[in-house]
Design a protein around this ligand. Structure first.
Ligand code: MG
Length: 505
């Protein structure tokens, strides 16, 4: 890495300690999700909070802040790498340096209580008990937004925490284009003749977890996930985590009656992992390490899951492999029918179970509610009612209870306001990257032969290797030649589903 300036060298060296502490924290959290005995959770919570405090202290270190101020005043002769380091350190330290410590600790305390209450509330369908915590979390987020600073909308400050430079205005503009087109496409799909031919009986079959695991590992190997620098375990909700530059782990979950879930979780989490495993190693433990943003990360997981994994050509390639495991269940199945089953479009109340056509509508709803809540345009008490109205409007379905509605996601109880839009942007980035990739590579031929490493090399060269050097806005321009444009995603879905369901205009 090209760093000559001594002030910046000191900053990088200080950051290295923060980086290691963050990985220790991630290890404690990984273990909590994968291995922890039931009675160990209180001790673990204390250990996590201890390491979190250490990280806060390191960001608040006086000589670090002094050096960062010095670096911000350096004008001349900085390399691009040095400029990127300063930019990232400003961004990473902003929360700790601008928000008063008492607010940070109040948020930590409130959200850890709120998380417990939310779990109870969700289980017993009781929004009223959670409402006071949600109110407090919104208030804290409003205070945090004021400290972080914004020009137009306090929600901008919160969005920027997850996606550099993302604004409410940009989301509004983008989602306004997206929402009506998605709603129309869904209506067309549901009315199509093919929709009634979906082999739903496959959900009545049983699929052994051992077979599911073997299939997942076969695909992950083909995707060139490096098992020497990672491992796969089981957890309730699949996730990927970085415990070191050579320790990128993923988890999976095996459901007896739906083989799709473990197959596509595996591809999704491996997509996240491939990004991290293929970043230039020289960047590890520096402020340029890791994927650049939540949305770009999500673009990679969704690219592998949906645009590769659920592509009918790739499903055709996989068919004999999967059928070898499920010969009884797949007795009367053709690759075409399997592709329809895997790409089943079904408006439902639950975001994490949504297909790629309905998914963004779940995000648009959450974005609108968060913007309204942070700006005090709606009241927490009215949230369940407004939620259900919006689900009806966008997805045409009724929500049976608050557990399946307003209480379904963990994010608000954890204080993550401004996080959801990055999921939707991930889909948009993925489609736009794909549009460029198919001009450079013979994508269909690659999928037909299952030569996934060719795709990996392209992504590594164009996206992965940069880590956090290039910000999303510049990255999409560098890779695709233009700014983020939702039309690529709309076009991708329209072409794919018009062919799959033989839709007519
Ligand atoms: Mg993900």
């Amino acid at each position: 890495m090209n760093v000559k300036n001594s002030v910046i060298k000191d900053l990088v060296s200080h950051y290295k300690t923060i980086s290691h502490y963050s990985k220790i924290l991630a290890l404690l959290e990984w273990d909590m999700n994968v291995n922890l005995p039931k009675n160990a959770s209180l001790d673990r919570a204390e250990q996590i909070s201890l390491i979190t405090d250490q990280i806060t202290t390191l960001w608040n270190n006086k000589s670090f802040i002094k050096n960062l101020n010095k670096a911000n005043n350096l004008q001349s002769n900085l390399t691009d790498t040095e400029k990127a380091i300063i930019r990232n350190l400003n961004r990473l330290s902003k929360y700790y340096l601008k928000v008063p410590p008492e607010i940070i600790s109040e948020k930590a305390k409130t959200t850890s209580e709120a998380f417990m209450v939310w779990q109870q509330s969700k289980a017993s369908n009781d929004f009223e008990s959670f409402a006071p915590y949600l109110k407090k979390i919104i208030k804290l987020n409003q205070i945090i937004a004021t400290h972080l600073g914004y020009t137009k909308n306090p929600y901008d400050a919160l969005l920027d925490q997850y996606e550099p430079g993302l604004s409410t205005e940009f989301c509004k503009k983008t989602f306004k284009i997206l929402q009506p087109k998605l709603t129309t496409l869904i209506k067309k799909i549901i009315k199509s003749k093919k929709y009634n031919l979906l082999p739903s009986y496959l959900l009545q079959e049983n699929y052994s977890p051992i077979d599911q695991k073997r299939i997942a590992e076969f695909i992950i190997k083909n995707m060139e996930y490096d098992f020497e620098s990672g491992r796969i375990d089981i957890s309730t909700h699949p996730f990927e985590t970085v415990l070191g530059s050579e320790d990128i782990r993923i988890t999976n979950m095996y459901r007896n009656n739906d083989f799709r879930s473990s197959l596509y979780s595996a591809m999704h989490e491996t997509g996240h992992a491939l990004y991290e495993q293929n970043i230039d190693k020289a960047l590890s433990t520096t402020p340029l390490e890791g994927g650049v943003s939540y949305a770009i990360h999500e673009s990679q997981s969704r690219f592998w899951e949906n645009q590769v994994g659920k592509n009918p050509i790739f499903i055709n390639h996989l068919f004999p492999t999967i059928k070898a495991f499920y010969s009884d269940q797949f007795k009367n199945l053709t690759p075409e029918k399997l592709a329809l089953f895997i790409n089943m479009v079904k408006p439902g109340p639950i975001r994490i179970e949504a297909d790629e056509v309905t998914y963004c509508l779940h995000i648009i709803l959450r974005f609108e509610l968060e913007d309204d809540l942070i700006n005090n345009r709606i009241k927490v008490e009215d949230l369940p009612k407004i939620w259900n109205e919006k689900i009806k409007k966008y997805l045409g379905i009724e929500v049976c209870n608050n557990s399946e509605g307003v209480l379904q996601d963990v994010h608000w109880s954890s204080g993550y306001f401004g996080y959801f839009p990055s999921y939707a942007l991930g889909n948009l980035y993925a489609a736009q990257f794909l549009n460029t990739l198919i001009k450079k590579l013979d994508f269909n031929d690659i999928l037909e032969k299952g030569e996934l490493q060719t795709i990996l090399f392209w992504l590594k060269d164009n996206i992965y290797k940069y880590g956090s050097i290039i910000y999303p806005e510049e990255l999409v321009k560098k890779v695709t030649g233009e700014n983020l444009n939702p039309e690529y995603f709309i076009n991708y879905l329209t072409v794919k589903y018009t062919t799959l369901y033989q839709l007519k205009d």
